[in-house]
Design a binder for this molecule. Structure first.
Ligand SMILES: [Mn+2]
Length: 441
């Protein structure tokens, strides 16, 4: 409660010259009388902790007054929804000095606008905003202030992420120890989700990816309906959220619990890359530089296996390694699984020659993922134009022998520390011997 109040105050300090108005999430209809499962918008959750739909938040920074608006509930709602807190109860529940009904929004804003020349209203407010007296709206500045605030996590936020990771981690270990050949991917998904739900985390941070064998090479695989075969690897990318804060964890392990030589070779390259990049993730380092480092280490590894040939720097800059590692190394993590990246002040030019989406100088309090991978993707390895372009750098005959392999990704969530290496929130085995031990049948 105090945490959210402090964040509202901090936002008010950044935008002291206008009324700040945000709209929370609304129910999204799925069909008939059924809505999709409600998830509060991340900005609203950040500033209020309120998990109910159809609310508004008004911050009057000059008078340091924060008002929560809740929908007016009648007996019809009470019959269908059960108890819904009214204004008095919501005040103590959410720690607001003022809670009103949303039909009082217009008159409240009319009074509060005196002395202000602008507003900072969320894009979602706009429909409602038309009904209230207009002031020039600086929406982009609101977005920017929220991005800046949300980028660095407070101790409370890190604690929630630690809990999301601890429980998701336990679910990953359960998956490792219980997966068997003959099962279907959705049965493994059920183990992960049941463990998380049983521990009280009711919402996943994103749809689970459970990919056996060649499916592991599909980066956003969601079918989860194939059978697990003896001798295959299983890639599972899954995380639950706690208080809205995500865990984002990937592990890849042999279905039968024992790595083959080939699996060990590929896995070791990814693991060494991930551990090196984690060790180097410190304040001042630019995320894109770590990505280039990860590409270099993966290129070295694939070269030692004879899949790539030539100068490593050329394999990285020429893009040959990207056929095996076609995604980013890291992204911000928070209320969104791909969280905000920090606002205008933090925006910077990419200091590397490699095009990368997430470019930011790491700061203490950033929570980011570290997730290198190696994949054998048909669409890339059999593409005639790519084969022509990279025929000097890639042994395609050798690579084709791996088309049944799928992929390996290892993903942990880390917190950048003021000094020294980051704090790793993820507690799932990843050393080969530890994975085999966890898989013991
Ligand atoms: Mn991720």
């Amino acid at each position: 409660m105090q945490h959210h109040a402090a964040l509202r105050k901090a936002l008010g300090k950044r935008l002291p010259d206008g009324l700040i108005l945000l709209r929370g999430g609304r129910h999204i209809p799925r069909n008939g009388d059924v809505d999709f499962v409600f998830r509060q918008t991340s900005d609203f959750l950040y500033l209020t902790g309120v998990e109910e739909a159809d609310c508004f938040l008004l911050i009057d920074p000059r008078r340091d007054r924060h008002t929560l608006f809740i929908p007016r509930i009648d007996n019809y709602h009470r019959v269908w929804l059960g108890h819904v807190p009214g204004p008095r109860e919501a005040k103590t529940l959410y720690g607001f000095s003022q809670v009103l009904y949303s039909d009082q929004l217009e008159s409240t804003v009319k009074k509060a606008r005196r002395g202000y020349r602008k507003t900072y209203a969320d894009e979602k407010v706009c429909g409602k905003w038309r009904e209230v007296p207009r002031l020039p709206n600086r929406r982009a500045q609101l977005r920017d202030a929220l991005d800046e605030l949300r980028a660095c996590k407070t101790e409370d936020e890190i604690e929630l992420m630690r809990r999301a990771n601890a429980i998701s981690g336990r679910a990953h270990r359960k998956v490792m120890s219980s997966a068997r050949h003959g099962q279907f991917e959705y049965q493994v998904q059920a183990v992960f989700e049941s463990e998380s739900l049983t521990a009280g985390l009711k919402q996943l941070a994103y749809p689970s990816i459970v990919a056996a064998g060649a499916n592991g090479a599909v980066l956003h695989y969601h079918r989860n309906n194939a059978r697990l075969n003896d001798g295959d690897m299983l890639l599972i990318d899954a995380g639950a959220e706690c208080g809205g804060y995500a865990a984002d964890i990937t592990r890849t392990f042999p279905v039968n619990g024992k790595f083959t030589n080939r699996q060990r070779d590929i896995y070791s390259i990814v693991l060494r890359t991930q551990k090196t990049c984690i060790e180097r993730a410190r304040p001042g380092v630019v995320s894109a530089q770590l990505h280039v480092l990860s590409m270099t280490l993966i290129a070295e590894g694939l070269k030692s296996l004879g899949l790539l040939r030539g100068e490593v720097s050329g394999l990285v800059e020429g893009g040959a390694v990207r056929l095996f590692y076609p995604h980013g190394l890291t992204h911000m993590l928070g209320l969104d699984v791909h969280d905000v990246t920090g606002g205008r002040k933090r925006r910077m030019a990419n200091p590397t020659k490699i095009p990368v989406r997430f470019v930011a100088r790491l700061e203490p309090g950033f929570v980011i993922t570290m997730e290198p991978g190696i994949y054998f993707i048909k669409a890339l390895l059999l593409d005639p134009a790519l084969r022509r372009k990279h025929r000097g750098s890639i042994d395609f005959t050798k690579a084709e022998k791996f088309l049944d392999f799928g992929g390996v990704r290892i993903e942990d969530d880390i917190v950048i520390q003021p000094q020294g290496p980051p704090l790793n929130l993820t507690t799932v085995p990843k050393e080969i011997s530890d994975v085999e031990e966890c898989c013991e049948r």
